[in-house]
Design a protein around this ligand. Structure first.
Ligand code: A3P
Length: 297
């Protein structure tokens, strides 16, 4: 039998499905999966399997909160249910919709240094384009067509280098290229702060979560009102993977291969140019959230 902690849990008596009290809203490629898996080491946390995409996809949202609740795992009273859907952060309708569900929900936003995030995003798009999905069963035709168009666009872009996609022929930064646009955190953040109080949102440092996860997790335990239970004993560094892997009393687990990909080498001049471009935007983000994340200028 598979180890209990890392398999979908058995439905114990006196457990039921609850709407999430905390949501990881993004940002894509900043370690959203790692964060959820690490939090799941805590005995008081239950996680939704996969990404639910309830608030950002209209075809899911119209199914209502009961549909959403049924996507949640079984939990004991007092446990906290968490789900993560990274596209929540960038989708305009989402903050208001989450508030309509629960105005006192706790939100976790994990961010990384924006240039690294953009390169990670590019790397993922390139991989996905190369292995365009062939699983079409049960998908509506309109969605399929949309997906095919996206894939075609991705394939065309995949052949191109990061530098080509990010720097326009006139030398300026292509701000409308998705991997760049999503790294402009302040342009999305202000919407969240119009709807939620600052205290309801915890900013998690994704670069530090990679380097040294325990201190970040301690902050989150505190934010969620949980006893500190996740510690050094829950991690070991895997030199082959180059990342920390997770461990509990019964099993060990690394994140899958798609997490912790090798990034292409990017021309250092382009990196410097991007850092300079993001500097002003980073300052705007720091001001909005009242925290300096210390990203290089
Ligand atoms: P890369 O694959 O570009 O390195 P997300 O889950 O939001 O898509 O984020 C993926 C990123 O999580 C990875 O990006 C990786 O850097 C980061 N990450 C953080 N902690 C990790 C861990 N312990 N194992 C693997 N990847 C981790």
């Amino acid at each position: 039998t598979p180890p209990l902690l890392f398999s979908s849990k058995v439905h114990f008596p006196r457990t039921s499905r609850h709407l999430p009290q905390a949501i990881i809203i993004g940002v894509r490629k900043c370690g959203t999966r790692a964060l959820l898996e690490m939090l799941f080491l805590h005995p008081q946390i239950q996680k939704a399997a996969g990404e639910v995409h309830f608030f950002d996809r209209d075809d899911n949202y119209v199914k209502g909160l009961e549909w959403y609740r049924r996507k949640m795992p079984y939990s004991f009273r007092g446990q906290i249910t968490i789900e993560k859907s990274p596209s929540y952060f960038v989708t305009p309708e989402v903050p208001e919709r989450i508030r309509a569900m629960n105005a006192s929900v706790k939100l976790l936003l994990i961010v990384r240094e924006p240039v690294t995030r953009a390169i990670s995003d590019y790397t993922q798009l390139r991989t996905h384009a190369a292995t365009a999905s062939t699983m079409t069963n049960g998908t509506p035709r309109s969605v399929l067509l949309q997906q095919q168009q996206q894939q075609l666009q991705q394939q065309q872009q995949a052949a191109r280098s990061f530098e080509e996609l990010v720097i326009r022929p006139d030398g300026s930064i292509n701000e409308s290229y998705r991997p760049v646009a999503i790294s402009l955190y302040h342009t999305y953040m202000h919407r969240w702060l119009e709807v939620f109080s600052r205290e309801q949102i915890l900013i998690v440092n994704g670069d530090q979560l990679i380097e040294d996860p325990v201190p970040q997790l301690r902050r989150i335990e505190n934010f969620l009102g949980l006893e500190p239970r996740i510690g050094r004993h829950n991690f070991y560094f895997n030199h082959t993977k180059g990342f920390y892997c997770l461990r509990n009393e019964t099993s060990e687990k690394c994140l899958k291969e798609s997490k912790g990909r090798r990034h292409p080498r990017v021309n250092p001049i382009v990196v410097t140019k991007l850092r300079r471009f993001f500097n002003e935007h980073n300052q705007r983000f720091y001001e909005l959230v009242g925290e300096d994340l210390g990203w290089p200028e």
